[in-house]
Design a protein around this ligand. Sequence first.
Ligand SMILES: C[S@@+](CC[C@H](N)C(=O)[O-])C[C@H]1O[C@@H](n2cnc3c(N)ncnc32)[C@H](O)[C@@H]1O
Length: 201
Amino acid sequence: MKHEFEDHSWVAFIEATATRGPYEFFHSAMEFVDGNRGAGRQAIDLGCGGGADTRNLLARGWRVLAVDAEPHARVALLEHTTPANLERLEIAIGMFDEVELPEADLVYAQFSLPFAGDRLGASTRNALAAIVSGGAFVGQFIAAEDDWASDPNVAVVDRAWIERTFEPFAILDIDERKHHGAGGPDGATKHWHYFHIRARR
Ligand SMILES: C[S@@+](CC[C@H](N)C(=O)[O-])C[C@H]1O[C@@H](n2cnc3c(N)ncnc32)[C@H](O)[C@@H]1O
């Protein structure tokens, strides 16, 4: 049975971030996968939100499957994507652990999988199973000291979980970060503690 996605609080986030520029995580991903050479390669923007990174990938020549459970993601993508790039864009509205994913050279999951909550394991397994040999995962996972860690809807992991989960990958770059900084589009600061992961199968 398919699960309904009931958390429509993401609509405001999608509106606020739809036209933002790329964050450093995206540049880090592009460096890891030689991302400016996207032609002929398939990316999955997992938890695409407002779609800014989907468009950043399309602009570099990638084919992109943009995935998000919130239906408003489709509205933002269609509103802001350059028409010429639409033929390389597919959109899947669905849950991370239920959506059918194609073989991918890159799964890009920028601060999205932690919001799978208690479905983190199945969601991450589905994401990693899509990655072809030589393909990459780049994304972040929330850790114990983060202000969001007390939210029951946010999955918290430790280094051992990361190492276990990415065990089949040939390269695993774990960048653990702790800092105070802006927590979202409203600019309020929070304490961050997360793992920025770059892995290659
Ligand atoms: C923090 S936002 C990140 C969006 C985007 N990656 C970015 O960095 O701007 C998390 C996104 O994941 C989506 N999401 C949360 N839980 C989900 C789930 N279980 N399945 C699919 N999408 C989900 C939300 O709708 C939201 O757009």
